[in-house]
Design a protein. Structure first.
Length: 83
């Protein structure tokens, strides 16, 4: 009986995940009339944001790299010798 409930629960979870995935995929698709002027402006704005996002990502990576190099240059504290 426990196995039956486990199997039914698994099927229900898979159905919910499938519905959510389908909803996400249909929302991500562009409308059929995407060649309109408003859609072109929106596409240009999205490309500009993507460019800004890439630049921001590069800046963050550079900052992390610089911080790591600075930390690697610091001397490691040596433990006190036991007497």
């Amino acid at each position: 009986m426990r196995g039956v409930f486990g199997l039914v629960g698994l099927v229900v979870v898979l159905a919910i995940v499938g519905m959510l995935a389908k909803k996400q995929l249909t929302a991500a698709r562009a409308p059929a009339g995407a060649a309109s002027g408003a859609a072109a402006v929106a596409t240009d704005a999205a490309l500009e944001r993507a460019g800004n996002l890439q630049e921001h990502s590069r800046q963050v990576q550079e900052q992390v790299r610089q911080q790591m190099e600075g930390l690697m240059q610091q001397a490691r504290p040596m433990p006190d010798s036991e007497k």
